[in-house]
Design a protein around this ligand. Sequence first.
Ligand code: ARG
Length: 460
Amino acid sequence: MTDKLWGGRFTQKAAAWVDKFGASIGFDQAMAHEDLEGSLAHVAMLGKTGIIPQKDADAITDGLHQLQQKLDAGELHFTIANEDIHLNLESMLTDLIGPVAGKLHTARSRNDQVATDLHLWLKHRLPEIKSAISDLQSVLVEKADEHAGTIMPGYTHMQHAQPITYGHYLLAYFEMFQRDYERFEFNQKHTDILPLGAAALAGTTFPIDREFVAEQLGFDAVYHNSLDAVSDRDFALEFLSNAAILMQHLSRLAEELILWCTYEFNYIEMSDAFSTGSSIMPQKKNADFAELTRGKTGRVYGALMGLLTTMKAIPLAYNKDMQEDKEPIFDAFDTILGSVHIFSGMIESLTVHPEKMHDATINDFSNATELADYLATKGVPFRQAHEIVGELVLKGIQTKTSLQDMPLAELQQAAPQIEEDVYTELSSEAAVNRRTSLGGTAVSNVKKEVKRAQGILAQH
Ligand code: ARG
């Protein structure tokens, strides 16, 4: 026998460096609270069902409470010799209350224990993610309200396409983050299921009460198949997948903000509080935090791909491969929470340059669709109108004249249907405000959608 908790059938000790390779205590100590919480619910059940005498259950409960206090006080020192958080805490419990601690592991395995810890860990933290997303959405809505009428170029292929408003643009991200919010909400459903009671893989011979444990821990349901209970990591993959999609949204937003703070665009300026300088170039003000978030997107995608790959060929039920599930989750959690917070502050505090945005829509021919639509309403088939306007644009580029600056006679030469009223249709304001179709960029629409968004946030 060796000195491991499971050392009965062993005669040879592993070298310290081998132990180190197999140990997870370096990172799974992040689940120490959850491990104690799970053990408390389990021992309450063992006492209640009479699986162990109530006085033993009480002694264990008391010991676990002491460990909770020591943990909060930073007095627990974990060791690689005890491999993981489960064995570390069990050995500490034994040191505290003696051999009765050994009864805690009745009708339980580390396999259902670790799965329970991870479910609990995520269950406790999903609300934090949701509330950070809500905060970011609130900032977007507040700014969209303020900038419902701030005209800017809308792009396709990074070319000026049609004028939109900055408010409309911000609300596009509100929608994306709302879907993220809903995805994390759904993630809760699959996280809120209790594995404990599956034991190693096949269930247990003891008359356990899983519903009682689930209730103690605040889980909505219990797993109905013991093999699935210990080997399911879908809830973790869903979390990482949701995290990856969220980062994709932040990264696209980051890219645009970085571009818009450039000398060339100058649509916005980041506040000093969310910028950094250069150690050599005194004039520099860099949008580092947007860049860093864009960069961290790769890290979160990596976490998702890593765990998907780890899980892909694991036969049922538990295999040690699954120890690799924790770090990507812990890391992705910190990364997305930090990134979402950063974006709330960054967007809240940045300065918008409405005149720069508006000016960019004046000589860019982004009112060409207006003129084509104008002709179409005068009965010219749209395809023909498109061609007429295309030729006018070409002429305008050659003569450096915008459509709205061309004399009426010149316009009429291209299409006799054009009348004096065309000029009021060619302003960016008109282009925006005529787009009143549901979901369109008209200022009145944006204001309506701000109200709707506020209603959605009120339900978070
Ligand atoms: N440290 C392990 C993990 O993270 C705990 C479960 C170990 N179970 C086992 N049968 N070796 O997955």
